[in-house]
Design a protein around this ligand. Structure first.
Ligand code: PLP
Length: 396
């Protein structure tokens, strides 16, 4: 078989890349997959080579193993990035990315629709280390210029917001940021690099919670940060200085999940769109928040910039009581009630943006529900939810 060089791999489509990325059977005695390398110590053949170890491929477990190198190389290829670091969770990825571009005295801008633990991290750790955060309206676009201060060094975006689904204008925000010398970070977990190539769109540091679609099976915690040329050295140095390396088994499982990631994502995308349209037609529903539907804030931006949608969206019910919502959800057979998403099983969770938003007002009168579509038959899912809607009405 011809050797798969990075250049050759780059010439193939995403589907083919996923099959060949991050493995070289000639280095593994012919075995197809890169195995789990467990290790802290790396032994050197001589004192001279130990003293010159900066120039060797692997030096110590926290700085990389063939397993982490495989996943990082594969993910960089898929993301169009200069480099990737793998860390033990999605939130750890957000933390290391922010630490790589902030210092005491800096000002940070974060979208008001951000993943809630990102907000907790900024308001807690970052504040203690002297970084001030301002939250901005996710629909602000180029208007973000008005919020820039001389010490604004980073803008943290998430498109769409993973509960309320406003799609941000990343190219417009990036243009303003770069004019002022600020770094653009994006939590790209929802679209993944397949549906939104972050670095092509102006993002300097892109975060993917590997816990979600890369895993695909709700059984690992993992995060990755990719960087463009400009931000790569600072990211890699910060990662090495903090030493928050992901575990080898989790990285192996991520490589395994990666092979089927795009196929799962496309099935989940199709079923979620079908489901979103079905939910939209229900009399109990006020509105559906799905970037591919016209009523979603930022739908036109999604259409312009994104190549697909994922299996996660929200909808707002007409005003029903908490008791009625509990009656609807508690007896569902196929939708689990729980956080996270991206696995093969469907989930549904209530949420209330009023409990955390600070820059914008959440005006919906009825309760909001977020749905993750798994790999079940979508007609079975509709039947399950239809019975739930009947219980909602009956308990009202
Ligand atoms: C889940 C999630 C994360 C964090 O991932 P963990 O691995 O659970 O820390 C970050 N961003 C978004 C949008 C998420 O949904």
């Amino acid at each position: 078989m011809k050797k798969m060089t990075p250049e050759l791999l780059a010439s193939f489509s995403d589907r083919t890349k996923l099959v060949y990325a991050g493995r070289d059977p000639s280095e593994q005695f012919g075995f197809v997959n890169t195995p789990i390398y467990r290790g802290s110590t790396v032994l050197y053949p001589s004192t001279a080579e130990y003293l010159d170890r900066k120039n060797t491929r692997f030096t110590y477990g926290t700085h990389g193993t063939p397993t982490s190198e495989a996943l990082e190389t594969a993910w960089s290829g898929i993301s169009g990035a200069a480099g990737t670091v793998c860390v033990p969770s999605g939130l750890a990825a957000i933390a290391v990315a922010l630490f790589s571009c902030l210092k005491a005295g800096d000002h940070l801008l974060i979208t008001d629709s951000v993943y809630r633990p990102t907000r907790t991290f900024a308001n807690g750790v970052l504040k203690r280390f002297g970084v001030e955060t301002t939250y901005f309206d996710p629909m602000i676009g180029g208007g973000i210029e008005a919020l820039m201060r001389p010490n604004t060094t980073a803008i943290f975006t998430e498109a769409p917001g993973s509960q309320t689904f406003e799609v941000q204008d990343i190219p417009a925000i990036s243009a303003v940021a770069h004019k002022h010398g600020a770094t653009v970070l994006m939590d790209n977990t929802w679209a993944t690099p397949f549906f939104f190539p972050p670095h092509e769109m102006g993002v300097d540091l892109a975060i993917e919670a590997g816990t979600k679609y890369l895993s695909g099976h709700s059984d690992i915690l993992l995060g990755m940060v990719t960087a463009n040329e400009k931000s790569w050295q600072a990211l890699r140095t910060t990662f090495d200085e903090m030493s928050i390396c992901a575990g080898p088994e989790d990285m192996f499982l991520a490589l395994r999940g990666m092979r089927s990631m795009l196929l799962r994502l496309k099935e989940q995308e199709k079923a979620a769109l079908d489901m979103a349209n079905w939910i939209k037609a229900r009399p109990e529903v006020e509105t559906v928040l799905h970037p591919a539907l016209p009523e979603c804030p930022g739908h036109a931006i999604w259409k312009r910039d994104f190549k697909g949608s994922s299996g996660l969206f929200s909808f707002i019910l007409k005003p029903y009581s908490r008791k009625a919502v509990e009656a609807m959800l508690d007896d569902l057979a196929l939708f689990g009630i729980g956080a996270s998403w991206g696995g093969y099983e469907s989930l549904i969770t209530p949420f209330d943006p009023r409990s955390y938003r600070t820059a914008t007002e959440w005006k919906a009168a009825g309760p909001a529900l977020r749905i993750q579509i798994g790999l079940e038959d979508v007609e079975d899912l509709k039947r399950d939810l239809a019975a739930g809607f009947d219980r909602l009405r009956a308990a009202a």
